[in-house]
Design a protein around this ligand. Structure first.
Ligand SMILES: Cc1ncc(C[n+]2csc(CCOP(=O)(O)OP(=O)(O)O)c2C)c(N)n1
Length: 369
């Protein structure tokens, strides 16, 4: 289906997903990041911003997300949009990772299976869009949806892999120098026998491959393959329970922004043994590179405002080396923002151990227990 069928809508907000890359490339080309197209820190925010747009204009807004983000929308859908509350219509475009019968990563299996049921439970009429959906099917579906919108109900298109296309590409880039994978290699060296909690997406995949190359095993790393935005809180839980273990948190700018409240909790708890590193490429690189709002966010000021005693931002290799030395020796909660380019090795693999194996290695051989 050609994404230009969405030309008739005026307002879009969402969080990118790899299956929706043609869709957000089209939005970035058409609107940029603007008052017509917002890439939100999390899917719940996108719903609330869209609700505000409806309140101000009466137009039905579009919210896009990966099905992993359905958890983040349930509260505003059930208690804000629902027709027994404010009856605010939204058209959802949802990428269907983990569709039953397809092969996908472990973190998508449960979510993929429950997606249709969850949407039904929150009273969102859903139509699946596949490679074989033609424009006539789409127009008929939209006619049905428009009736629902007029009654204050919401509806969703659930998008299968490869169902959307758009003729143009968008090149996402920035002016930074450092490369995330090299930064992670430096963090592994600095961390020594400390444990590392890595965020969702390619950061975890790169950490896994670096350990393979170094023949170090995976018992010191927790790879947060799903649960985007929660690596910081996981690391906090470990750091508080094991004050003698140094915990290194490798976060992403998109993930840190998704649940920014975690930084307030980390700062308030202030564990002396935690180093929080945000690798900031101003991008959701793992799902195709669409921008985050991190270019307008001063992470160091946020960290200090949340009570982190040490806050540094680095741009060059020697600054990174120095910051990691400071963090390794400080007996204080430390924050480091590392600015990096957008990109990764095309042949980057995925962890060959299952999340359960990772957990067991981490808990037993990592000598946490
Ligand atoms: C709740 C939720 N929403 C969306 C996604 C899809 N997703 C996986 S990784 C990722 C981008 C992460 O961006 P960032 O933290 O900046 O790290 P980068 O990919 O740039 O290294 C997204 C949006 C997800 N896994 N979970």
């Amino acid at each position: 289906m050609d994404v230009r069928v969405f030309d008739r809508f005026n307002f879009f907000a969402g969080v990118p997903d790899s299956l929706l890359q043609p869709f957000y490339n089209y939005l970035v080309n058409k609107f940029g990041i603007s008052d017509r197209h917002i890439i939100a820190p999390n899917e719940g925010c996108a719903v609330a911003i869209a609700a505000g747009h409806y309140l101000a204009t009466g137009e039905t807004p579009v919210v896009y997300l990966q099905n992993s983000g359905i958890g983040n929308i349930i509260n505003p859908v059930a208690s804000l949009l629902n027709d027994r509350v404010y009856a605010i219509p939204v058209l959802f475009i949802i990428g269907w990772r983990g569709e039953p019968g397809t092969k996908d990563e472990p973190q998508h299996i449960c979510q993929g299976e429950i997606t249709l049921k969850l949407l039904e439970d929150i009273d969102i009429k859903t139509i699946v869009i596949g490679k074989d959906t033609n424009e006539e099917d789409f127009e008929n579906a939209l006619l049905e949806f428009e009736r629902l919108f007029s009654e204050g109900k919401s509806a969703a298109f659930l998008i299968r892999k490869g169902a959307m296309h758009y003729g143009s590409e968008v090149l996402y880039k920035n002016d930074n120098i450092l490369v995330r994978e090299d930064v992670i290699r430096q963090i592994v060296n600095a961390a020594g026998n400390g444990v590392i909690v890595a965020t969702t997406g390619k950061a975890s995949r790169e950490l896994y491959e670096i350990r393979e190359q170094n023949r170090q095993g995976h018992n010191r790393d927790f790879l947060t393959v799903g649960s985007m935005g929660h690596a910081g809180s996981i690391a906090l839980g470990i750091a508080l329970a094991k004050p003698d273990k140094k915990v290194w948190l490798i976060d992403g700018d998109g993930a840190a922004l998704m649940h920014l409240g975690a930084m307030a909790q980390i700062g308030a708890s202030c564990p002396h043994n935690l180093v929080h590193i945000v690798i900031n490429n101003v991008s959701h690189e793992s799902v195709g590179g669409a921008p985050t709002i991190a270019g307008k966010t001063d992470f160091v000021t946020i960290a200090k405002g949340c009570g982190y005693p040490v806050g540094l931002s680095v741009y060059k290799a020697d600054e990174l080396r120095r910051a990691l030395e400071i963090a390794a020796t400080a007996r204080k909660l430390s924050f480091i923002e590392v600015k990096t380019i957008i990109g990764s090795r095309p042949e980057l693999g995925r962890p060959k151990i299952s999340p359960r194996e990772n957990k067991e290695l981490f808990m037993k051989e990592g000598r946490l227990m």
